[in-house]
Design a protein around this ligand. Structure first.
Ligand SMILES: Nc1nc2c(ncn2[C@@H]2O[C@H](COP(=O)(O)OP(=O)(O)O)[C@@H](O)[C@H]2O)c(=O)[nH]1
Ligand SMILES: [Mg+2]
Ligand SMILES: [Zn+2]
Length: 292
């Protein structure tokens, strides 16, 4: 039987088959891939008799923290006020998604607290690059349906600082979808999740939202600073025309840098470029200290 793992607690795996039946399985003995263990999001083959997972299908991708496989999309939630937008963090998270090869959706939440002009200014930076951007007032259930359209047939993870509105958004997604047994019914009376394990909740057919207790944003230290420029989507078409191979697009002695030229001509946004430099220096510093 083939299914998807929606939860893993030690050696117990909840596997959902094509008929939506949940099987409690284990993952030892028969498992072909002894070198690693299955995680939430894995498509697996299960031995019907023993309920042992015997094979993990090849992964599209794998994230260490939170431990999850086969993610299709990441939703980055940015708060417009209280807390104010953290664009450095957003740019880090977008770089992470680019490296992983996963599509990003940027949600600007708490739009009720900020004026239209400021919202548009920030939103435009990212929509111009080609990112999907959504204005939201999760508290007032505005923007939820627009987001829902992008989640269909995908496994989605939410990322963003504490307090930006992730839980409010996820709860609204499930609340307005009364026909499906969702997150709400699987929570206890206080509305808290009953588990600390990464869990995939079914929003609709083939559509899952990962609930990731204790997780807020991705660790990007695995990105090699020398390749960071490639994770900035809008830099792509300029990079190849820099004079120096391996140009970092930062230092004065790198003459005829095409990225800097694009920056001067306003083809690259200054906030994005400045954050690129900050992230580059941060990753480089970490790399230098890696043996300490
Ligand atoms: N004004 C306003 N507050 C919001 C909105 N969305 C969420 N909040 C509030 O922001 C706070 C943090 O939200 P929460 O969903 O817990 O954030 P999380 O930490 O990212 O899960 C709560 O008090 C929410 O009611 C919104 O669109 N507008
Ligand atoms: Mg929360
Ligand atoms: Zn350059």
């Amino acid at each position: 039987m083939e299914g998807i793992i929606i939860q893993n607690i030690s050696n117990s795996y909840k596997v959902v088959d094509k008929e939506d039946k949940i099987h409690i399985c284990s993952a030892r003995g028969k498992l072909k891939q002894k070198e690693y263990l299955p995680v939430a999001g894995d498509i697996v083959n299960v031995d019907e008799k023993t309920k042992a997972i015997c094979e993990i299908k090849e992964r599209k991708n794998y994230i260490k923290r939170p431990k999850i496989a086969n993610i299709d999309k990441i939703v980055f939630v940015v708060s417009m006020k209280h807390p104010s937008p953290d664009l450095l963090l957003l740019d880090k998270q977008l770089a992470f998604a680019e490296k992983l090869g996963v599509e990003s959706i940027i949600v600007f939440n708490k739009c009720d607290l900020e004026n239209k002009e400021n919202i548009e200014k920030i939103k435009e930076i990212y929509s111009k690059i080609g990112y999907i951007t959504i204005k939201m007032e999760a508290k007032n259930n505005i923007g939820i349906e627009e987001l829902r359209k992008h989640l269909k047939d995908n496994i989605t993870v939410f990322s963003g600082n504490s307090g930006v509105g992730k839980s409010t958004i996820i709860n609204n997604l499930f609340k307005t979808n009364v026909t499906e047994e969702g997150m709400i019914s699987q929570k206890n009376k206080k509305g808290k999740n009953t588990t600390t394990a990464v869990t995939l909740y079914k929003l609709q057919k083939n559509t899952y939202i990962a609930d990731t207790p204790g997780f807020s944003t991705f660790d990007i230290t695995e990105i090699d600073y020398r390749n960071l420029d490639k994770e900035f989507k809008e830099f792509h078409k300029y990079i190849s025309k820099c004079r120096y191979v391996g140009c970092s697009h930062i230092y004065e002695d790198e003459k005829e840098c095409n990225v800097k030229k694009a920056l001067k001509e306003n083809k690259i946004n200054i906030s994005r470029y400045n954050n690129y430099v900050k992230i580059y220096e941060e990753l480089k510093e970490k790399y230098k200290r890696r043996y300490n």
